[in-house]
Ligand binder design. Structure first.
Ligand code: KIV
Ligand code: ZN
Length: 383
């Protein structure tokens, strides 16, 4: 049976770029946009066009070069925002306007000093207005994670009637638990009239480290689009990480969902974004971190050398990493030393290995990591 497709909506260049101090210029944005298109993202959120002339210009230029993905621009539920976004998307083969407004009581009361009726009216008006410019309209109910489900369902129903093709249900503050976020999506699937006419999208922030889990929970409950960023970058603790959700669906065929992402480009894309933004990837980051396929303890190394799958659930080649690595530290065992020695041309006997190991431990207790230039020195000493 063919797997159901989950659309990947990449927002590295919009929500991702909201990381303090990591601003990208148009040249770098174009480089990343080209790569995201090659990676196979379905929708590429290129920016928030009204926010600055630079962002407007980036959306214009990105629209010209993207070949496959839908190009999307963010707006508030404000006419001028929508006009500027529509204008910036004029060269896009497949343009989408992403408009919306806060729907939680907190946003309604404190941000807008308004009430539910007026917010609903603005939501409907903004979708109707955006529809005058493009066919594909995504509506976001900001802070949906903390919005009352009945009201959220009512807003969703009305914006679908007004022409929204995608409903974005953001957990803007990263507050929800996975079962809570999943139940919200299920509630919308079961209670919004006309829901079959729209795609439900998950947009989860990582304030409690739950963005990936929440997005997957959303998909398990009927969402068919995930909004995410390369390396999980974004406001505060970041957004859902693209590489994580893609590989979760790939590694779990039982979920019966997949994406169009070429996973072999994940590692190099992560590096490109990291270098362009001057933002390092934490070494223990799932999928793309420097240690994601590195083994340093003796027990693990022994297993991986015998059969990679004993300690790895992903083949590194599938995400564009050349190979797993055996790192030599004071926690390494004889198997790892013999393995690395062989790689640099020394086939050690059992006795030689015992002697090398003793010397190795003395040095390893002083140094964090023993590299390929240290090993020949130790071998020379004992051979
Ligand atoms: O987190 C959020 O709610 C957003 C919206 C603007 C889509 O980024
Ligand atoms: Zn966001």
């Amino acid at each position: 049976m063919a797997k159901e497709q989950v659309q990947i909506f990449d927002t590295t260049l919009r929500d991702g770029e909201q990381v303090p101090g990591c601003k990208l210029d148009t040249k770098n944005k174009l480089k990343i946009a080209k790569r995201l298109d090659e990676l196979g993202v379905n929708i590429l959120e290129a920016g928030f066009p009204i926010s600055s002339p630079g962002d407007y210009n980036s959306v214009v230029e990105i629209s010209k070069i993207v070949k496959n993905a839908t190009v999307c621009g963010l707006t508030r539920a404000v006419k001028k925002d929508i006009e500027v976004a529509a204008d910036s998307l004029r060269f896009a083969k497949k343009p989408r306007i992403h408009t919306g407004i806060g729907t939680s009581d907190s946003h309604i009361r404190y941000k807008f000093n308004s009430n539910r009726e007026k917010i609903l009216e603005r939501a409907i008006d903004s979708v109707k207005y955006a529809k005058k410019f493009v066919e594909d309209i995504e509506f976001y109910a900001e802070d949906a994670g903390r919005t009352d489900n009945e009201f959220l369902a009512h807003v969703c129903e009305q914006v679908i009637k007004a022409g929204a093709t995608v409903l974005n249900i953001p957990d803007t503050t990263g507050y929800c638990l996975p079962n809570e976020y999943g139940s919200k999506i299920k509630f919308l699937k079961e209670n919004v009239k006309g829901i079959h006419k729209a795609t439900i999208s998950c947009h989860c922030h990582n304030d409690l480290g739950l963005a990936t889990a929440n997005s997957i929970s959303g998909v398990l409950n009927g969402a068919r689009q995930i909004e995410c960023t390369i390396n999980g970058i974004g406001e505060r603790a970041g957004n859902t990480s693209l590489e994580e959700v893609v590989m979760i669906m790939r590694q779990h065929p039982d979920l019966n969902v997949d994406t169009s992402i070429n996973s072999k480009l994940l590692y190099s894309t992560s590096q490109l974004v990291s270098e362009s933004m001057g933002m390092i990837v934490q070494p223990n980051k799932a999928i793309v971190g420097a240690n994601a396929f590195a083994h340093s303890s003796g027990i693990h190394q022994d297993g991986v050398i015998k059969k990679r799958e004993t300690y790895e659930i992903i083949n590194p080649k599938d995400v564009g990493v050349d190979k797993s690595s055996i790192v030599l530290t004071a926690r390494s065992g004889r198997a790892a030393i013999a393995y690395r020695a062989k790689k640099i041309g020394h086939d050690l006997t059992k006795l030689e290995l015992d002697n090398v190991y003793k010397e190795f431990l003395i040095l390893a207790d002083q140094k964090k990591e023993i590299n390929d230039s240290d090993l020949p020195e130790i071998i020379k000493k004992v051979k």
